[in-house]
Design a protein around this ligand. Sequence first.
Ligand SMILES: C[S@@+](CC[C@H](N)C(=O)[O-])C[C@H]1O[C@@H](n2cnc3c(N)ncnc32)[C@H](O)[C@@H]1O
Ligand SMILES: [Zn+2]
Length: 230
Amino acid sequence: MKKRARPPLIEVRHSPVHGYGVFALRRIRKGTTIMEYLGDRVSHEEADARYENKDPNDNHTFLFTVDSKTVIDGGIGGNDARYINHGCDPNCESASQNKRIYVEAIKTIQPGEELAYDYQIQRDPEDPPNVDEIFACRCGAAKCRGSMLVARKKPRKKKSKIKARGGPAKKNAKKTAKKTARTAASGAAKKAAGRATSKATTRAAVKAAARKSAGEKSQAAAAVRSRRGR
Ligand SMILES: C[S@@+](CC[C@H](N)C(=O)[O-])C[C@H]1O[C@@H](n2cnc3c(N)ncnc32)[C@H](O)[C@@H]1O
Ligand SMILES: [Zn+2]
């Protein structure tokens, strides 16, 4: 007797967040690898060249940064993963394994729920002042940070005189050391497992287009290249 195929896990349909989104059709358990982010694998230079004529105020992209060498262009040969929207309190995360990107559930997702992961788009000193407007987030989460970019770094507090002399600061120093150790440990654990949460969706195309319109195209390309080399 033939085995009956399981109904699909997800579907793509209109999203209240933006355009199309990806929705669960069945319960997806925490820890499930839902799908791979597929598409044309290109260099950063090629990705820049493909979208350099984009409107600088258009943040839409299917590009996903894998590392300093490779970008996946989900717009060419991509799959449903390219429709997963950003969320500030997401139920998924993107994980890299052997330079391939997978979307994994970090919470149990109920049927009908929209899938989202944090794009973690990095900030850059050359960002225009309205960068958070351009990358405004409409995820609707109570914890929404209002932007698809990573949160701004808080300015470091100056040490008070008492702390500098080694009074209460000792306690804080211990706390900081613990925190650093925890972060390092989780990073090492992730590396050991061969995966690390990846920065999603490059916006170099947007930046390149912005600079082009300001008539600085060649400088812009160099700046974008050097930034992407990190
Ligand atoms: C990989 S696509 C996701 C699919 C997209 N909704 C579509 O229909 O093509 C990424 C783009 O979707 C939009 N987007 C995703 N999440 C968003 C959010 N939380 N708020 C606003 N726009 C979002 C941005 O334009 C982003 O560049
Ligand atoms: Zn948000």
